[in-house]
Design a protein around this ligand. Structure first.
Ligand SMILES: Nc1nc2c(ncn2[C@@H]2O[C@H](COP(=O)(O)OP(=O)(O)O)[C@@H](O)[C@H]2O)c(=O)[nH]1
Ligand SMILES: [Mg+2]
Length: 375
């Protein structure tokens, strides 16, 4: 097998030369890049005692098996294979928590990050920086062959991120950086942990402004495998930004749940109005159909966005849907009960209506989070 051709030093233990650096590499279907990356890291990190921790989200292309095969002869190489999970940030954090190294590097598996600057990023942290970032937006850095659309999207996201940070970072969206164990530990209690932008999360969670070094590099073009950047990544990014901005006041999940609920009201009225206008059904039947449609709509949307990290699929989607119906029926009863009670204490009809709806929604949120989308 080809992996035996990689001449990594098969160090039996770190006793004689203590571990200095762990390189954390998140992977999702990157089997075509793993061996080449390890070869490049081995060249770049000469003179540094390092290990590689891959964190693989159960790729279908055999990435984890390949890494384990390499790890059998190289104590420096390990894989943490996660089941039923996705997410770049949580992968990186779990990789960081699985190593004893005092300094941690993060690099993509797809060879888009220029590993030749790793020794200088490492040296910056060893010499006192909390964080050293490979940046596409300083000095000679660049994004390589991006089209205008991706360029503009990245710029916009970067500017939004910079407004959140106490620390000045030219490229807060970078997935290529080195951080000291102390700086990481200090950020841990406030980490959001979701989404795909771990550097932004760590920097925004730091209790004190970080001492930062930045080194330019040019983002390479991917040659093997495919990008996982999609609509989901964008949605997760906006969630992270919102969580960092207002998450300490209102939970982001509750806000999303309420937004989805607002759309659900629109769906409800649309179905109700449409059926009544058709003149074919009674109000009761139309109203029942509207309730059923909007509950189903709410469930589907919450499953994709609000609970993207606990998304239900297959048979669990079906059982989840029925538990959501049950939760909502209790919520509706609470809604009517509270509304009627407040109305009876001589408040105007709309105060009673809004209070009932609020109680019902909060119940739906709380109950569905522990029943439908339980951890
Ligand atoms: N463990 C894990 N790794 C991921 C996930 N999504 C992307 N990756 C890895 O993260 C790195 C960057 O992802 P990529 O799709 O290349 O993002 P892009 O460079 O912005 O297009 C690659 O090494 C991917 O294999 C994920 O959900 N879990
Ligand atoms: Mg990439």
């Amino acid at each position: 097998m080809f992996h035996q051709a990689i001449a990594l030093d098969p160090r039996p233990s770190f006793e004689d030369a203590p571990l200095e650096l762990a390189v954390i590499i998140p992977t999702f279907n990157e089997a075509a890049n793993v061996e080449k990356l390890l070869g490049l890291l081995d060249q770049a990190l000469t003179g540094i005692v390092w290990e590689a921790i891959f964190v693989d989200d159960d790729s279908g292309d055999g990435t984890a098996e390949l890494i384990r095969a390499i790890g059998r002869t190289n104590i420096r190489v390990r894989v943490l294979q996660r089941l039923g999970r996705r997410g770049l940030s949580s992968a990186v954090i779990e990789g960081m928590m699985a190593t004893s190294a005092p300094v941690l590097a993060v690099i993509d598996a797809d060879l888009q990050h220029d590993e030749t600057i790793l020794p200088r990023l490492y040296a910056a942290v060893r010499d006192g920086a909390d964080l050293a970032v490979g940046s596409r937006y300083v000095g000679d850095g660049g994004v390589g062959e991006w089209d205008a659309k991706r360029h503009a999207a990245s710029r916009g996201a970067t500017m939004l991120a910079q407004r959140l940070l106490k620390t000045d970072l030219s490229d807060p969206m970078s997935g290529f950086f080195v951080i000291s164990r102390e700086a990481l530990q200090a950020s841990l209690p406030r980490l959001s942990g979701g989404g795909f932008k771990i550097l932004l999360d760590i920097a925004a969670s730091a209790p004190e402004p970080l001492k930062v070094a930045e080194l330019p590099y040019v983002f390479r073009t991917r040659t093997a495998g495919t990008s996982k950047l999609d609509l989901m990544v964008t949605a997760e990014y906006l969630k992270l930004v919102a969580d960092k901005a207002v998450g300490h006041i209102v939970p982001i999940r509750l806000i999303l749940f309420m937004l989805v609920g607002g759309l659900g009201v629109g769906v409800h009225l649309g179905v109700l109005g449409g059926m009544l206008l058709s003149g074919l059904v009674s109000f009761t039947l139309a109203q029942a159909a509207a309730v059923w449609t909007s509950m189903t709509f709410n469930f589907a949307l919450n499953n994709i966005f609000t609970y993207s990290d606990r998304r239900l699929r297959g048979s669990r989607f079906v059982t989840g849907l029925f538990s959501f119906y049950a939760v909502c029926l209790v919520g509706a009863a609470a809604n009517v009960g509270v509304g009627t009670w407040i109305h009876g204490t001589n408040h105007s009809w709309w105060v009673a209506g809004v209070a009932g709806a609020l109680i019902g929604s909060v119940w739906n949120f709380a109950a569905s989070s522990v029943i439908t989308w339980r951890k």
